[in-house]
Design a protein around this ligand. Structure first.
Ligand code: CU
Length: 144
């Protein structure tokens, strides 16, 4: 009986740290820049974050630098940038300078889909569509 119990003890000691590090890496993967400072206290108990929509217009693939409607797309620091695909084709928006703002790229956005990003960092970058390189624009994150 002794050898068996020793074995089980060893197994447990090895399994627990493995689970812990897996959990930690999963948590790290989920971490975004959602640690936003709360706005000054208002009537609502939950913090309100303004969402700014950036639209990928219908027919965007042939609209060139008008593909995103607004040129430049201006977001205020602390807002959520929400890419909304109003086109009938999928698009994948990429920042030319991926580390200047908190937006580096969307995933592939199917028609009607959307994706949001918390924009805490001030900056400006050119943007384009990875699928339709002629779709270009400018993204600016500025102080409110
Ligand atoms: Cu596109």
């Amino acid at each position: 009986m002794w050898p068996l119990q020793q074995n089980m003890g060893l197994t447990l000691r090895h399994v627990v740290p493995a689970l812990t590090s897996l959990t930690m890496s999963l948590m790290a993967g989920c971490g975004g820049s959602d640690g936003m400072p709360m706005p000054p206290s208002g009537p609502s108990p939950s913090p309100t974050v303004v969402t700014a929509n950036a639209y990928i217009l219908p027919g965007a693939g042939s609209l060139g630098d008008l593909a995103f409607g607004d040129e430049p797309v201006v977001i205020y620091k602390g807002e959520r940038l929400r890419w909304v695909n109003l086109d009938t084709l999928a698009h994948l928006i990429v920042a030319d300078s991926s580390d200047v703002t908190d937006f580096s790229k969307t995933g592939e956005l199917p028609p009607g889909d959307e994706q949001s990003f918390s924009m805490a960092k001030l900056g400006m970058t050119r943007i384009h569509c990875a699928i339709h390189p002629n779709m270009t624009g400018t993204l600016i994150v500025r102080e409110q």
